[in-house]
Structure formats: C-alpha cells, structure tokens
Design a protein around this ligand. Structure first.
Ligand SMILES: NC(=O)c1ccc[n+]([C@@H]2O[C@H](COP(=O)([O-])OP(=O)(O)OC[C@H]3O[C@@H](n4cnc5c(N)ncnc54)[C@H](OP(=O)(O)O)[C@@H]3O)[C@@H](O)[C@H]2O)c1
Length: 314
C-alpha cells in the first residue's frame, strides 16, 4: 500500500479546519491522513477528531517553532488565522508569516491559505464612504488576510488562496439570527440593501478545501467558495419556511450597523457595506457551481437551515 499523504490542519477543532479533518477522515479512498493541530490535544474536540482517525498534534500559531514541527513530513498544510480571538490584524499577519515559513521549511507540496480580499484595493483609505479603522484598515479582518497573501507567494510556496464566504452559522453563533422586535415580529437585520450575500455552511468550507487538495492543478490559483448567494429578503423567506413563523428582512444602513456597539460592529458594518457596494466583484469570484465540483455535498441555505434550525436561539 502506498503511503498516505499527510495534510496538517491548523484550526482543526474549529469551523474551517474541523470540516477539513472530518472530510479527510471520511474519504473512502484513504489516500490522505489528517494531522489535526490544536493547542490542547486533550480537549473533547481534539479527542473526537482522534476517534475519527486523525493524528492529533500540539502547536500554537503564535509559536513559530511549534508550527514548524507540526508541518514536518506533511504533503499539505491548511492555514487559517483566528481574527475574532484577538481582533488584531498585526497578530494575524504574524501568524500567517509563521505558517508560511513553517510550510517552506517543511517542503510542503500544497498549501491552502484561507484568505479574504484586501478591501483597500477597491476602497482606498481616502474613500470616506466608510470609516478607516485602527488607523490603516477599512475591513480589518479582511485586509489583514489579503495583505498576508504575499507572505505565501514570497516564500515560493505551492499555494492555493481559498476565498471563504459568510458562514450561515453566524446566525447561530455570532448573534445574527432572527430577533423579536418591539412589534413581536421576528426579523434579521443586515446592511445589505437588496444585494446578494454569498454564504456557506461552515462545515462545507473544509469539504471544499479537501476538494482543492485533491486538485494540484489549483496550485497558484485563487479559489472562491459559496453555497448560495441570497438577498436578505430571500434569507428571511427561507427562515420563515423552515421555522414556520414569519421572519422579515430588516434593512439597516451600514452606519446604523457600525453603531450597534458590539465588539467588531464597525469592522462588520464596513464588511457588509463592501459586499453591498462591490456585489459584482465579490460574487464573481465565489462560484456556487465550482464550489459544488469541489464538494458535491455543498449545502444550500434551505438544506443548512433544515439541519441547524433547532440550534437557533429564538
Ligand atoms: N464567521 C464567518 O462568517 C467567517 C467567514 C469567513 C472567514 N472567517 C474567518 O475565519 C477565521 C476563523 O476560522 P474558524 O471559524 O475556523 O475558527 P474557529 O471555529 O474559531 O476555531 C478556531 C480553532 O483554532 C484554534 N486556535 C485558536 N488560536 C490558536 C492558536 N494561537 N494556535 C493554534 N490554534 C489556535 C482553536 O483550537 P484549540 O483551542 O483546540 O487550539 C479553535 O478551535 C477568522 O479569521 C475569520 O475572520 C470567518
């Protein structure tokens, strides 16, 4: 039997990496071996991945040496950063650098960098349609990822840039789900106007990433993914159908969204405004059809809702 190709997965106990580890472990060909990277190999989530057949190793992306060791002997490396754990673009950039250097030192043959657009290419800091945040960003958690792309290119790595999309799981875990208004009616509030938002079931990101690892011809390419592109009104209609209650779409302005006051509200307000104002560009690089080729199990929003509606806090 030929040796399995090891894919080292950063963020393995999380949304993106977890989906990838589960996809590798479920692959009947057995051509790949998942190496799940976590800071705590004894956590319940880490043990669950080991039970599926993943090798579980300890490393921290803040510690370049530990990531270097975790990538040794790997064929592939899935690299992702965790903006919402620290809200620091600079830290994200440093973590991306650690992973790029580790992949280079280990001679990894296919790297996936989970990235997003540097929005400043379309909205320069001088563009006052949205405020500049943290002194030099428009959408900090996008810009720092996009700005880090060059770290992988400069290291001469065989990299695929995976442009992810809005997780529908945010409706469960990010407090964005339907909320009851003063009038007793449920609504979702987004500053998207009548524009379509590319979204995806978080679990499908890892499955698409596995599809990328199975296609070395995607090395050097930018690959955008989404499960469906929907307007706020279309998502509200799907919520209504799935939940059996009326859910409306409440369109708010980006200014109102930025003023919601929760941590990251300004960043997300700018993000939605970017997706609204540059709908054409943002959607063009996230083909649902191509995503389904990478991952035939790709969920539509209705399918995701059918599986997850019980977890919505109503
Ligand atoms: N929410 C969205 O709609 C959306 C859309 C597109 C992109 N994103 C991006 O997705 C990224 C987060 O990915 P995710 O959602 O998969 O993350 P996640 O579900 O929050 O999981 C992160 C996992 O990574 C591990 N981790 C955290 N800090 C680490 C460190 N210093 N070293 C090693 N491992 C660490 C943690 O595992 P252990 O505790 O086991 O170590 C955790 O389980 C963010 O940068 C965000 O901007 C989000």
């Amino acid at each position: 039997m030929s040796e399995r190709k090891i894919i080292a997965v950063v963020g393995a106990t999380g949304a993106q990496g977890g989906g990838l580890v589960r996809a590798i472990c479920a692959d009947p060909s057995g051509a790949f071996q998942a190496r799940a990277i976590t800071r705590n190999v004894n956590s319940e989530k880490a043990r669950a991945l080991a039970a599926l057949g993943a090798e579980v190793v300890a490393a921290d992306v803040d510690d370049a040496g530990s990531i270097g060791r975790a990538f040794e002997g790997a064929y592939g490396a899935f690299c992702v950063t965790f903006f919402w754990d620290h809200f620091s673009p600079e830290k994200e950039h440093a973590q991306a650098g650690h992973m790029a250097q580790a992949a280079r030192a280990a001679g990894v043959r296919h790297v996936i960098w989970s990235t997003l657009e540097d929005t400043r290419k379309l909205v320069p800091l001088s563009d006052n349609r949205m405020p500049t945040l943290m002194g030099k960003y428009k959408v900090p958690h996008f810009d720092s990822k996009g700005e880090s792309d060059h770290l992988f290119a400069d290291a001469g790595l065989p990299v695929t840039y995976l442009l992810t999309a809005f997780y529908w799981d945010n409706f469960i875990y990010f407090g964005m789900g339907p909320k009851k208004g003063a009038d007793g009616k449920y609504a979702i509030s987004l500053p998207m106007g009548d524009r379509k938002l590319p979204g995806i079931a978080a679990e499908d990101i890892g499955r698409c990433a596995f599809g990328v690892f199975q296609r070395p011809e995607l090395i050097g390419k930018r690959v955008g993914i989404a499960g469906e592109h929907l307007t706020g009104a279309e998502m509200a209609a799907e919520f209504s159908k799935a939940l059996g209650i009326e859910v409306a779409y409440h369109e708010v302005s980006p200014d109102a969204y930025r003023a919601f006051g929760f941590p990251g509200a300004e960043d997300l307000g700018n993000m939605f405004q970017y997706k609204r104002d540059f709908e054409k560009e943002f959607r063009a690089v996230r083909s649902v059809e191509e995503s389904r080729k990478l991952n035939p199990k790709l969920h539509s929003f209705a399918q995701w809702l059918a599986e997850n509606k019980a977890s919505l806090a109503l």
